[in-house]
Write a protein that binds this ligand. Structure first.
Ligand SMILES: [Zn+2]
Length: 371
């Protein structure tokens, strides 16, 4: 997920906010301060409604964080590390670094979040009762009990990648003993539910229930994207499993001489071959990587004077891999560094070029052939 800001770490896990979260936080505080709380507890000063609105939104944020932390901590106990926890408009996600080792672990990780949220429903429910003499504070607690209840209900819908969908996947995984197949089926259920929300949302809008119906369409679209990307990432891991960089790289790729000007590289290499990048060669040795991004950074009027070697990326860790490296890890390295290709070196000897396009094409071929 792009567009996030890291705000710290919790139990050693990086915590990030997606920009959509800030929008929802502001909208939620506003609608609570001007709509919900004035109705729930009338006749308080405006400032008091605003502080309740912001407090309730913050506590909701903390509740969702606790839910995700529940997933992450149980995952850690099951031997799966969490890359980061991201909070965004519709909730949060604890991104695991790997698939759980088995269906039992998947089930325990998936239920951990809802269990935390049920605990919060009980906690805020009791608090509501205990604060009965202070109606303002009780309204905040009641709101959080209700919202955590909604978090539980929403997450238990059997639509992958929601928790309910993960529980479904764990059950199918145990039943079939086949994770990719279980993922496809659970993602299929997720898509079905997403379309259901979108279609009923559109009918709702036609029937004149605009606000609630629009939310259904939004959540449906969000789930659709999430189901597709979760299924695609499992599928990608499956398609690349057991493959190494040497199986996917291009041996003896076209290389650009280091001494020529950028203008010449554009004319005789980029435009001529139609590739997005080339190894850079000097005296028969590969000394760098030149991609469109480095070329674009040179202003057009300077492209006749600046040489390729002045702007090429040096052969360093982010753009370098080895023939025996794991294909999936190499692909992740490429995406994280924001490059479209990696230079493959065996010791000091250049062996070839691994390109994003090449990997994608191979996956498409495998997909077309159903292997
Ligand atoms: Zn969850």
């Amino acid at each position: 997920m792009r567009g996030t800001v890291r705000i710290g770490t919790l139990a050693g896990i990086p915590l990030e906010l997606h920009f959509t979260w800030a929008i929802i936080f502001a909208l939620l505080s506003w609608s609570l301060a001007t709509g919900y709380f004035p109705q729930a507890v009338p006749d308080l000063p405006t400032g008091s409604y605003w502080s309740k609105g912001v407090l309730a939104a913050l506590l909701l944020f903390a509740s969702i964080l606790a839910h995700e932390l529940g997933h992450a901590l149980v995952a850690r106990r099951e031997g799966v590390q969490t890359r980061r926890i991201v909070l965004f408009a519709f909730g949060g996600v604890a991104e695991l670094k790997a698939e759980p080792p088995g269906p039992g672990a998947e089930f325990r990780i998936a239920v951990a979040g809802p269990v935390v949220s049920i605990g919060l429903v009980v906690f805020f429910g009791i608090l509501t009762g205990a604060l009965a003499v202070r109606p303002g504070a009780a309204a905040v607690a009641a709101y959080l009990a209700m919202l955590n209840g909604i978090v539980v209900l929403f997450n238990l819908i059997p639509a992958f990648p929601l928790d309910g969908g993960r529980i479904l996947r764990a059950a199918l995984w145990r039943f079939w003993g086949d994770l990719p197949r279980a993922t496809r089926a659970a993602a299929g259920a997720g898509r079905f539910f997403a379309y259901f929300l979108i279609v009923t949302g559109i009918f709702g809008m036609l029937a004149g229930h605009a606000a609630g119906a629009l939310w259904r369409v939004f959540i449906g679209l969000f789930l659709l994207m999430a189901a597709q990307s979760a299924a695609a990432s499992v599928w990608l891991k499956d398609a690349l499993s057991g493959l190494h960089v040497r199986d996917l790289m291009t041996a003896e790729p076209v290389a650009v001489p280091a001494h020529i000007p950028v203008a010449e590289a554009i004319r005789d290499y980029f435009l001529r071959y139609g590739y997005g990048g080339f190894p850079v060669e000097r005296a028969g040795r590969v000394v760098g990587l030149l991609e469109l991004a480095q070329v674009k950074a040179v202003p057009p009027e300077e492209r006749d004077q600046v040489s390729v070697q002045a702007v090429a990326l040096p052969v360093e860790a982010p753009v370098r891999t080895a023939p025996g490296a794991d294909a999936m890890e190499a692909l992740q390295q490429m995406l994280q560094a924001g490059h479209g290709r990696l230079l493959v070196f065996e010791g000091e000897t250049f062996r070839g070029l691994l390109t994003h396009t090449g990997v994608t094409r191979l996956i498409q071929i495998k997909m077309a052939l159903g292997i």
